[in-house]
Design a protein around this ligand. Structure first.
Ligand code: ADP
Ligand code: MG
Length: 323
């Protein structure tokens, strides 16, 4: 099983940012309202993720690290209506296969918490410990047992920037959660969790962008779109400022990007890339997020309907501002 986990780990764990993504999504699924991520050396030697979510009961801890072990799907129907972010039960086993993991967790019902260690897929101990409610993972020495893969990691600075980007997206997609990102001992992001997307945008992108936003909220059929459009004056030369979240998940999608860019282009008669931060929601059965666990791909049942809904929402927002 250890070998299979190592192979599966290649699917899920490509770099420190993929670990942070999986563990932060687990924290969100666990109902956390505050999530702290701390890394050293780009996350290669050290990642700590602490949340104040529901915790894991002591009896459940070892099995959470088994492949295909998930507490989130119990029926086939659940598979179709996935609300939680993770659902394959692969993350913990994959991460533990290629690093040294320490877990401290406690549920509200337990008096004492649990400390668990597992490295290279081998359990190294489980004991009772004092702990606050919630879960803390410490991941050390990524790919220590797969040197060939360790070679594919980029410099700590590059790896840290991937984690930073991920934290930015997480913060934007969940204004109701307080995110803190600490890199080499320095706090880089710290959002309030007060629920205001505008506050998150201000915190991350600064005053110029936060002062030039158009708020939108539309509903076309069963596609709902809300969030902020940057006024055309703050458009940029690249796509990096296009943030959109489909059913809470940050994705990159040709159809959605094209709809946004087309609407701006038709309005301004210029081809530039806008700032946007949009939440797009639609019934779960209309999107297929199950394309690849670690990738940002997504497929729609009805691409044209999504294109139209996004184009119109952006177009109307831009026109509203003109009046
Ligand atoms: P999945 O998220 O697909 O269920 P994972 O391997 O990511 O699979 O996690 C396995 C299980 O461990 C989860 O289903 C959940 O029960 C538990 N778990 C993981 N992280 C946390 C956390 N931060 N808080 C509470 N439970 C967690
Ligand atoms: Mg998960």
């Amino acid at each position: 099983p250890v070998t299979i986990d190592k192979i599966a780990a290649g699917e899920v764990v490509e770099r420190p940012a993929s670990i942070v993504k999986e563990l932060a999504e687990n924290a969100i699924d666990a109902g956390a309202t505050a999530i702290t991520v701390e890394i050293e050396e780009g996350g290669i030697s050290y990642i700590r993720i602490a949340d104040n979510g529901c915790g894991i009961e002591r009896e459940e801890v070892p099995s959470a690290f088994l492949r295909h072990s998930t507490s989130k799907i119990r029926t086939v129907d659940d598979l179709i209506h996935i609300h939680s972010l993770g659902f394959r039960g692969e993350a913990l086993s994959s991460i533990a296969a290629v690093s040294q993991v320490e877990l401290i967790t406690k549920t509200a019902e337990e008096t004492f918490g649990t400390r668990y260690r597992i490295a290279g897929g081998k359990e190294e101990g489980l004991e009772e410990t004092g702990a606050k409610d919630g879960t803390t993972f410490v991941i050390r020495q990524l790919f220590y047992n797969t040197p060939a893969r360790r070679k594919f990691l980029k410099t700590p600075m590059t790896e840290a920037s991937h984690v930073s980007e991920l934290m930015t997206r997480m913060a934007l997609s969940h204004p109701e959660i307080s995110f803190q990102f600490i890199n080499n001992g320095q706090s880089r992001i710290h959002t309030s969790g007060n629920g205001s997307l505008k506050d998150v945008i201000y915190h991350i992108y600064g005053r110029e962008i936060a002062m030039n936003l158009i708020e939108i909220q539309t509903e076309a059929g069963d596609v709902k779109i809300s969030g902020f459009l940057g006024k055309p004056v703050i458009s940029r030369g690249n796509r990096n400022f296009e943030n959109y979240f489909i059913n809470g998940r940050y994705v990159k999608n040709q159809i959605v990007s094209k709809a946004i860019e087309d609407a701006y282009k038709d309005f301004t008669m210029q081809h530039k890339y806008p700032f946007v931060a949009l939440q797009i929601t639609m019934p779960g059965e209309e999107v297929d997020v199950n394309v690849h666990p670690a990738k940002l791909e997504i497929r729609f049942q009805n691409q044209q309907a999504v294109y139209n809904a996004v184009y119109e929402a952006v177009d109307r927002g831009l026109r509203k501002e003109e009046l």
